[in-house]
Design a protein around this ligand. Structure first.
Ligand SMILES: *Cc1c(COP(=O)(O)O)cnc(C)c1O
Length: 341
């Protein structure tokens, strides 16, 4: 029985065409700025995001953390949604690496309001940390793959700007937002000081992320990347996979979104399951089971459906490049079996 893996969109394997692109990549030493494939990737990412420059880094965590280090000094605070990746899933890096204090704000499926941001900013006062940065996430992972409506994003960014804050966007799944909303990734990114994107999520590359921003910020980001041990040498082998992904795997994210909607519709018909099909926006589906999540995860694992628990009764399913329409049909059959047994 073939396992169907919904744990994350990071579990994909590079396609044969992507492996060919990697094998044939022209390379040089990227720490010297001499890898032509990395340089080409960085130019393409900057173009796609409507920002001046970009930097190739090993992971999304490193991209986000370089941004934290660029915008904040020790004792400063970053305003961010309470479920955001930067404070939930990056090993405590904002405080461990930079001495930054997180200021978590409760969101609606990951989205904030301009009023919330304006109210959260601290007045100048020796007792308070300095509010320095607003960090947003699009799509929002814990929120269930939520896409930021562009107008709302603009208003929230404006509220931050008005208070003198810098703005970072964790765009690990920004291309999912682009495809779902039919709005270019640059529409959001251009409003920010820095934006990160991941190639190893829905885009299907084995490794790599990028951080984009102004030329001056990205020059300093190069120093922080080196400090974190992220300076890679003949990284063109990896950048070639990312370039291939940008060219061939963006538009197809629509298939993942359609698969996620079909999963939601199928699950909505089963008993002992709560899903909100109308809330599926991209490739992430949050499901609530009547039974404990841990029990459902082990039952489903035994039947070859892999997924992660995110709460006592909730699980997360993520669709990606290695999940076909037939896999979705088969998974629904297996889930039905798990619920009936
Ligand atoms: C996966 C992810 C990242 C980066 O994760 P890495 O595993 O370090 O590449 C950043 N932000 C969000 C929202 C993510 O889902």
């Amino acid at each position: 029985m073939k396992p169907i893996d919904f744990r994350s969109d990071t579990v994909t394997r590079p396609t044969p065409a992507m492996r060919r692109a990697m094998a044939e990549a022209e390379v040089g030493d990227d720490v010297y700025g001499e890898d032509p494939t990395v340089n080409r990737l960085e130019e393409r990412v900057a173009e796609r995001l409507g920002l001046e420059a970009a930097l190739f880094v090993p992971s999304g965590t490193q991209a986000n953390q370089i941004a934290m280090g660029l915008h904040c000094r020790p004792g400063d605070e970053v305003l961010t949604e309470a479920g955001s990746h930067i404070i939930q899933y990056e090993g405590g890096a904002v405080s461990a690496l930079w001495g930054i204090q997180p200021h978590p704000l409760p969101g609606d499926r990951g989205l904030l309001t301009p009023e919330q941001v304006a109210e959260a900013v601290r007045a100048e006062n020796i007792h308070a940390p300095r509010s320095r940065l607003l960090s947003l996430e699009n799509t929002h992972n814990r929120g269930g793959g939520t896409v930021w409506p562009l107008e709302r994003f603009r208003e929230v960014v404006e509220a931050a700007r008005k208070a003198g804050l810098a703005v970072h966007l964790d765009g690990a799944r920004l291309f999912n937002a682009q495809v779902a909303a039919g709005t270019p990734a640059a529409s959001w990114a251009r409003l920010t000081d820095t934006t990160s994107v991941c190639f190893s999520k829905g885009l299907g590359a084995p490794v790599g992320s990028a951080l984009a921003g102004s030329k001056a910020l990205i020059l300093e980001a190069r120093r922080l990347r080196k400090r974190l041990g992220g300076g890679m040498r003949q990284a063109g082998v990896l950048a070639a996979a990312a370039l291939h992904a940008l060219e061939h795997h963006v538009e197809r994210l629509a298939e993942d979104h359609a698969h996620t909607r079909r999963l939601a519709a199928g699950l909505a018909e089963m008993t002992g399951v709560k899903v909100e099909p109308a809330r599926v926006e991209t490739n992430i589906l949050l499901v609530e089971f009547a039974r404990p999540a841990s029990e459902m995860v082990s039952r489903l694992t035994a039947l070859g459906v892999l997924l992660n628990a995110t709460g006592t009764h909730t699980v997360r399913l993520v669709c990606h490049l290695d999940i076909s329409a037939a896999d979705v049909t088969e998974a629904l059959t297996r889930i039905r079996r798990a619920l009936e047994s």
